[in-house]
Design a protein. Structure first.
Length: 713
């Protein structure tokens, strides 16, 4: 059913076309043929077809409509009769036998949800960052707004007809009457507006996106422009350093710029220097400061000459799509596009480095870096959303980049502290199924072939993340990048972490051949200056240096080694060589093998330590609460290969934090001095805290591991 008809001119082709109304409402549906003919004839007589009608939309404005505010672009004439839009509208009205009427011709660009003053100011400022829009009008379009039928009925525009008003070269002809209607089989992307007035493209798995070139800084013109001189030839590199940093957007409007210089200083610090830098929560104001208005702009441009988004304050560049944005800066040229997570404000930024290969092998087709900022929060809904977002990203990468190496970096917002998770389940903030979903996300990351750079670095001994004392941590809090206990900004923004450290920020990598982590560190950690804590963001940045090895060369080396290997035949020793009695006697004579007396003393010493720590000895404090603890020997003593000169390595496993355990252990051990137990010293090693003990003159090393699930088993 035809609901409304009006006349306008349009210059796009989406489901709801961008348009500027000239006459609205127009005429009754049955009067359309006559109105079209009247306007065509009147314009032919009263409009100079040789004089082009050039429109410039250079001003942003807003008006309140019901409970929303519409933000629009208009020309600089407004109500002025000399405005081309006003003049054109007046002529059309005369053709219909009507006199001039007041109207503000405009192009709507956004709308607030609700009518808060902050949203109005924010959206209006964003519209003012749009580049000036200039175009020539050669055709008027008569559109009919119709409503589709069905359960998901929506309004859409149908083209009724056109009226040519310009020179032949300026006339526009539509392909069909459904020019703006998105059909089910259409491959056109759709736009989804968000509450910040931005729009995000929703890309189906089958839709082939067009990548945009990175912007490059031109020092001669002092501006950022599209980079078009890229060399597509692959360049093998041996090392690639990737950094990720959540800079914490200021949600209040107008924003506070006090932290901007400190963030820039952090980005330029030696501990953050990288080949590729992935930033999250980037706002229009901060990006304009970083790439245009900062005193350190030239340093930024020299270190990172290529960026995915340029400064919105630059006249020919537009604003960022949302309030919190992912932006990539790089030392190498790249092209990029977004993959939507089908949720407002959330998408992954995919950067493809065609000229950068992590190996000289012909099998390697370049490098792909995905920047992410997943949904925040620890609720059943938010965790399910995070799982969906990671699944969308990994499936997309697997489908489109099978032969490239991947790096996925950003703020994953995955709660890692077992204390936080257990307490949330106890408080019924989340269900047990959500705990399983968190584990499933980690499983899917591994199944996609992605390795966690921090985890690998920790095993390899190349991790330098010691921002939080290990004795204060529960399981899952090591390597934290969001630490409300030691970061005042994190303490002010935490909502679901129960003030526990979380490892939200990660760098994942998928080697197609052979990549290894050679270094991992935090940056942007708090500093004490003049008795006050100074920190740039509520998150710490993470940096990983990834080193590539040539798999082809490695395989050739292995082949050479295998061809030169000797065939070894195993035989039992015969004769005097088979008799080990003499060898055993010599070792026993020199005290290399412990005798029965020594073995008994060691057993008694371990039992004494066990009784004291568990609170089961006569001299221990029986009033202490019953804390589940398990004490086991490890190392040479546990394997039965110890000597009289060895010590006993003891591992205590419990449900309490390391700090609490060692405080309790020192109390109980100090009270057991009469049993021959002495604390020699406390050692803070890279593997954690350790107590060196003497139990009846037998040396022991005591370490602790908080692992509630192990204790339960």
């Amino acid at each position: 059913m035809i609901q409304e008809t009006y006349i306008d001119f349009s210059f796009s082709h989406l489901q709801w076309p961008p348009h500027i109304n000239l006459v609205y409402p127009f005429v009754a549906p049955e009067q359309l043929p006559r109105a079209q003919q009247q306007i065509r004839e009147y314009l032919a007589e009263n409009l100079d077809q040789e004089t082009p009608i050039d429109i410039e939309l250079v001003q942003a404005g807003a008006f309140i409509q019901k409970n929303n505010m519409n933000v629009y672009l208009t020309d600089d004439g407004g109500e002025d009769v000399d405005s081309p839009l006003v003049s054109l509208r007046t002529i059309v009205l005369r053709a219909l036998g009507q006199g001039p009427a007041r109207s503000t011709a405009h192009l709507t660009v956004g709308q607030t949800q609700g009518n808060p003053l902050i949203s109005q100011s924010y959206l209006l400022r964003k519209a003012r960052l749009l580049p000036d829009m200039r175009f020539r009008v050669g055709t008027l379009a008569i559109l009919i707004r119709e409503r589709t039928t069905g359960t998901l009925s929506t309004d859409h525009m149908r083209l009724y007809g056109t009226i040519d008003i310009g020179a032949p070269s300026d006339i526009w002809k539509p392909h069909s009457s459904d020019y703006w209607v998105k059909t089910p089989n259409s491959n056109l992307p759709t736009l989804q507006s968000d509450s910040d007035g931005g729009q995000q493209e929703i890309i189906s798995d089958d839709h082939e996106v067009l990548a945009e070139p990175a912007l490059c800084f031109d020092p001669t013109e002092n501006k950022w422009s599209a980079y078009t001189d890229g060399d597509k030839g692959q360049t093998g590199i041996r090392e690639l350093t990737v950094s990720s940093y959540n800079v914490l957007v200021d949600t209040e409007y107008p924003p506070d710029h006090d932290r901007d210089p400190l963030i820039v200083s952090t980005i330029l610090s030696n501990s953050a220097e990288a080949d590729v830098l992935v930033l999250q929560e980037v706002s229009d104001d901060f990006l304009s400061y970083l790439l245009r208005n900062s005193p350190d702009v030239m340093q930024i441009a020299q270190r990172y000459p290529f960026v995915s988004h340029g400064p919105p304050c630059q006249n020919d560049l537009g604003p960022l799509p949302s309030l919190r944005n992912v932006v990539i800066l790089s030392r190498y040229p790249f092209s990029w596009h977004s993959v939507s997570f089908h949720r407002k404000h959330k998408s992954a930024l995919i950067a493809q480095f065609d000229g950068v290969a992590t190996s000289s092998s012909v099998e390697s087709e370049g490098l792909v870096v995905a920047g992410v900022h997943l949904t925040a929060g620890l609720t059943d809904g938010s965790v399910a959303t995070k799982k969906s977002q990671m699944g969308t990203l990994t499936r997309y990468l697997e489908r489109h980049y099978k032969r490239e190496s991947w790096v996925v970096a950003g703020d994953f917002n995955l709660v890692t502290s077992t204390y936080t998770i257990d307490l949330s389940v106890k408080n019924q903030s989340i269900s047990s199924e959500t705990v399983s979903t968190l584990s499933a996300i980690e499983d899917e990351i591994r199944e996609a072939g992605l390795s966690d750079a921090w985890s690998v670095a920790r095993v390899e001994g190349v991790d330098q993340t010691s921002a939080t004392e290990s004795g204060d941590l529960f399981e899952g809090e090591e390597g934290a990048t969001f630490d409300p206990q030691n970061n005042r900004l994190a303490a002010g923004t935490t909502t679901t972490s129960h003030d526990r450290p979380q490892r939200y920020d990660r760098i994942l990598f998928k080697p197609q051949e052979s990549l290894r982590i050679v270094h991992f560190n935090h940056f942007g950690v708090p500093e004490m200056i003049d008795g006050e804590q100074v920190v740039a963001s509520d998150h710490y940045g993470v940096r990983a240096r990834i080193q590539s090895t040539d798999a082809a060369v490695s395989n050739d080396v292995n082949k050479d080694l295998s061809s030169k290997q000797l065939i070894i035949e195993h035989r039992r020793a015969a004769g005097v060589l088979a008799d080990t009695t003499s060898l055993h006697s010599v070792l026993e004579t020199h005290g290399m093998f412990p005798n029965e007396k020594q073995a008994g003393e060691w057993r008694d010493a371990f039992a004494s330590l066990q009784n004291v720590l568990l609170g089961t000895s006569e001299d221990s404090n029986q009033a202490q609460p019953d804390i589940p603890l398990v004490i086991v020997p490890v190392g040479s003593y546990a394997l039965g290969v110890w000597t009289a000169d060895s010590d006993i390595d003891c591992l205590c496993i419990g449900t309490i934090s390391s700090k609490t355990f060692f405080k309790l252990a020192r109390q109980r051990l100090s009270k057991a001095e009469s049993q021959g137990i002495r604390i020699l010293r406390k050692v803070e090693a890279s593997t954690g805290t350790m107590l060196e003990l003497s139990v009846n003159e037998i040396l022991m090393d005591l370490q602790y591991c908080p692992a509630p699930q192990v204790v339960e088993r």
